[in-house]
Design a protein around this ligand. Structure first.
Ligand code: S3P
Length: 160
């Protein structure tokens, strides 16, 4: 059964996912990286084809990943797709939380098209919209703001 990490941009899904996968001896899949491998840089997909197309591509990659025995980090907006929310029912889904003040430095210089013009205020507005969705799909949540990756991994492995 996969272990799935959800949460907003900059919450630490990739960093934590890597170490969690090592810790449980499973492969790690970052759905953003799979999209990049197959379709090119995310900002170019947004620019050329738009967000709607990105969500279609993302859904395909997510559906495939969720069939694997792996630790899977989902892009922050993947839970917007109803089929993905259905797929997550019954799986161990962890919501990585983070405060705006802790996330701000992590977002500097990132290639995130949704934050291209808006920065931390845009990030906060997006989170406000998605929070109920993360809440609904997650079986467990942990705040990554002031915790080391090792501590977060221990916490997750101790829970499931
Ligand atoms: C997005 C989050 C990004 C990436 C894309 C859109 C979002 O992934 O999928 O830029 O809608 O929140 P991360 O959450 O890994 O940054």
């Amino acid at each position: 059964m996969p272990i799935v990490l959800v949460g907003p941009m900059g919450a630490g899904k990739s960093r934590v996912g890597h170490r969690l996968a090592e810790s449980v001896g499973a492969p790690f899949i970052d759905t953003d990286l799979r999209i990049i491998e197959r379709y090119g840089p995310i900002e170019e997909i947004f620019e050329r084809e738009g967000e709607e197309y990105f969500r279609i591509v993302e859904r395909e990659v997510v559906a495939e990943a969720l069939r694997e025995e792996a630790v899977i980090s989902l892009g922050g907006g993947a839970v917007l797709h109803a089929d993905t929310r259905d797929d997550l029912a019954g799986l161990p889904v962890v919501w990585l939380k983070v405060s705006a003040s802790a996330v701000a430095p992590r977002l500097v210089g990132g290639n995130r098209p949704l934050l291209a013009d808006g920065g931390i205020e845009r990030w906060s507005a997006i989170l406000a919209q998605r929070r109920p969705v993360y809440e609904a799909v997650a079986k467990y949540s942990i705040d990554t703001s002031r915790r080391s990756v090792a501590r977060i991994v221990d916490d997750i492995t101790g829970h499931f």
